[in-house]
Design a protein around this ligand. Structure first.
Ligand code: NAP
Length: 319
């Protein structure tokens, strides 16, 4: 293939790439991206090269960052959740939005989910409180096979968590929009049925019009007594007063919350001091540059070749 060949021109075409994020730092990502895409030019918002941009890499992008980019061919998220991008009124029509499917992030989510399931299953949340009160008391031991963990959302993250829990001997019930099959897992599109079977419920759904507020008093009441809720997806999935009522009534033993409707969680939130809640600052799975930068570069190369990028959002479904 020589310079006269159209494929050569396509491959050699330099792309202008905008990095627009209020959360991720361009000075951190640029050297990693430049190593894999040495011929391309990178711009950090608000410098958008006078609108001459081929691809935008975003994570909670600044307002207006995606408007006025007529040559845009790809919006690549640095995160797996894309509700902020989908809801942007400036989102250019027809430009594909790609989620980041990062193996490092998937692995991290598996570890977080298992840590929380075991914390509840082995009563560690309870022993921490006993320790503070100098109480020497044993609680009943359960086998993993005595427990069913319900997973809401059986996508990249949910299905990985399901397989890890199965390997540890837990029963798993998974809820998804469309029918699924996963070895050894009870899969259903009936949320109430999954909740009814569950001792612990893990939320790994995308936040969409259909899933906002999906975990309410009804669903929580169906989870077995002394169970727990583990929300690793988005704060908007849970009706918080309903969760607090389920904890206060003693129906749920504990809740593990990594995500909140308002982040950072305000200092005056009662959740900070609630004894029935373990909370973390949206760290269940962070984008791992070492395992994700290649995935971003792969999508950039795809648009350079005029191919469809991978892992694009279905706008009708909202995820
Ligand atoms: P995904 O691959 O798109 O999977 C989403 C799953 O949810 C699919 O199984 C889908 O069903 C199901 N679903 C969507 N809408 C539904 C509905 N209305 N009813 C029933 N099921 C529905 O997503 P993912 O990559 O696993 O990520 C899930 C979410 O995790 C992200 O959107 C993000 O918000 C969150 N997240 C959080 C962190 C953190 O650190 N806390 C990190 C990464 C991601 P189908 O299989 O039928 O399509």
């Amino acid at each position: 293939m020589g310079p006269g060949d159209p494929r050569f021109r396509l491959q050699a075409r330099k792309l202008n790439i905008l990095f627009a994020s209020t959360k991720e730092k361009p000075e951190f990502w640029f050297p990693l991206l430049q190593k894999l895409l040495p011929n391309d030019r990178f711009f950090g918002w608000p410098d958008s090269n006078g609108g001459d941009i081929d691809a935008a890499i975003v994570a909670t992008h600044p307002k207006g960052a995606l408007g006025g980019l007529p040559k845009l061919k790809l919006i690549q998220s640095l995160w797996m959740g894309v509700e902020n991008i989908v809801a942007d009124p400036d989102l250019p029509r027809g430009v594909p939005v790609a989620r980041l499917i990062d193996p490092g992030m998937v692995a991290a989510m598996g570890e977080t989910a298992i840590a929380y399931v075991l914390d509840w299953h082995r009563h560690f949340f309870c022993y921490r409180s006993f320790k503070n009160q100098k109480i020497w008391k044993r609680r009943r031991q359960y086998l993993a096979s005595d427990r069913t963990v319900g997973i809401l959302g059986m996508g990249e993250l949910g299905s990985t968590v399901a397989q890890k829990l199965r390997a540890m001997g837990f029963n798993v019930a998974g809820f998804s929009r469309g029918p699924k099959q996963l070895d050894g897992v009870y899969c259903s599109t009936d949320l109430e049925e999954v909740a009814r079977r569950s001792d612990a419920l893990i939320c790994l759904l995308p936040l969409t019009e259909k899933t906002r507020g999906i975990i309410d008093s009804k669903i929580l009441s169906l989870v077995k007594k002394d169970g727990c809720l583990i929300n690793l997806a988005r704060g908007g999935h849970v009706i918080m007063p309903d969760l607090l009522a389920a904890l206060e009534a003693g129906h749920l033993a504990h809740a593990y919350l990594d995500v909140f409707e308002i982040e950072p969680l305000p200092a005056d939130s009662p959740l900070w001091a609630h004894p029935g809640i373990t909370l973390t600052p949206h760290i269940a799975a962070l984008t791992e540059p070492r395992t994700s930068v290649g995935k971003i570069a792969e999508n950039i190369e795809r648009i350079r070749r005029g191919e469809k990028p991978l892992n694009t959002v279905d706008f009708a479904a909202g995820y």
